[in-house]
Design a protein around this ligand. Structure first.
Ligand SMILES: Nc1ncnc2c1ncn2[C@@H]1O[C@H](COP(=O)(O)OP(=O)(O)O)[C@@H](O)[C@H]1O
Ligand SMILES: CC(=O)N[C@@H](CCC(=O)OP(=O)(O)O)C(=O)O
Length: 292
């Protein structure tokens, strides 16, 4: 390699300098979607980027999903996975599987990967962080229906998370909540759990890692990525059906988070190596940023 080419490599670090300076000591909430967790080698790469962020002075807090893994575990147990209004119908048998898959398997797996790269990480079951209230879902006829042990996070216990941040440890949190009255576990949509915690922590950034490059004008064409959208544009895209399915809870919670003190929200593809670092430390970014 020529000397010029070697010198050019440093330009990457120099491009990152203003970002490194302005994000030092700031907290970022990273939501790792289940759809970006199908290939363990790619997940490992994201965890390495999170360790990098922590070493660079950012405080990453991770909330993970695992919808696909839960559906697979339910199938193995002979249970059918049903969703109403985007929420999983969670029977008493299903909540055990949800809990086991999220807090017993995915969560320790992510902690192990972070540790593997020399990071400090601590798994926290969502039921020790989120206080929840049961919710109903709205079916296609517009009726409210009981969907079992499903809840929304109405509050967060931040002590353990603050201890982690203070001790340079990455908290890794599963999307479950302890029901307000009974303390029993509730299944919470991970996008909504992430946004609730992002609001409480007033994070500088909330980053959703999923299986698409960002918000697309045409869902089947990655070249139609929309690099930046604001609230009126997001509402227009929801109205005309461009934003649908699993993207709806993300955009709803993104807008909610922005109006409650979160600095900026980003949607990126968790399967693209280094998407997290590229979005945060480069001028052009790689996904969609949501601004107010
Ligand atoms: N306009 C859009 N742009 C990109 N993805 C969209 C859009 N509308 C709907 N989606 C869907 O949202 C999905 C991501 O949501 P979801 O499957 O719930 O992911 P996760 O497990 O990361 O939460 C994408 O795979 C895509 O099919
Ligand atoms: C109530 C509800 O639907 N909970 C979700 C929790 C996991 C999740 O949200 O995972 P993703 O981020 O991968 O979608 C579920 O059971 O699938």
């Amino acid at each position: 390699m020529s000397l010029d080419a070697t010198i050019n490599k440093a330009s990457v670090l120099i491009e990152a300098l203003p970002y490194l300076q302005s994000f030092r000591g700031h907290t970022f909430l990273i939501k790792m979607g289940g759809s970006a967790m199908e290939d363990p080698d790619l997940v490992r790469k994201v965890m390495r980027d999170i360790v990098f962020l922590e070493v660079a002075g950012v405080n990453p807090v991770v909330v993970h999903g695992g919808g696909k893994a839960i559906s697979a575990a339910m199938k193995e147990a002979g249970l059918e996975a049903n969703f109403i209004g985007g929420f999983r119908v969670t029977t008493p048998e299903a909540i055990d599987i949800v809990q086991h898959t999220l807090s017993g398997k995915i969560n320790p797996g992510l902690v192990d990967m972070l540790t593997e790269f020399g990071g400090k990480a601590k798994g926290l079951p969502g039921s020790e962080v989120f206080v929840g209230r049961r919710i109903q879902a709205t079916n296609e006829d517009g009726d409210n229906v009981d969907i079992g042990r499903v809840g929304e996070a109405v509050g967060c216990q931040l002590d353990e998370i603050r201890n982690c941040i203070y001790s340079e440890t990455v908290p890794v949190i599963s999307p479950l909540a302890a029901e307000e009255e009974s303390g029993k576990p509730l299944n919470v949509n991970a996008d909504l759990a992430a946004a609730c915690l992002a609001k409480e922590l007033k994070v500088t950034k909330l980053v959703y890692l999923s299986d698409v490059p960002g918000i697309l004008a045409d869902r089947d064409d990655p070249s139609t990525l929309i690099p930046s959208i604001n609230q009126p544009k997001a509402e227009e895209l929801i109205e005309d059906g461009t934003i649908a399915g699993g993207m709806l809870p993300k955009i709803d919670s993104a807008l909610d988070a922005l109006s409650h003190g979160v600095g900026k929200v980003h949607f990126i593809d968790g399967r693209t190596p280094h998407s997290l670092l590229l979005e945060i430390f480069t001028r052009s970014g790689i996904g969609t940023e949501i601004v107010q």
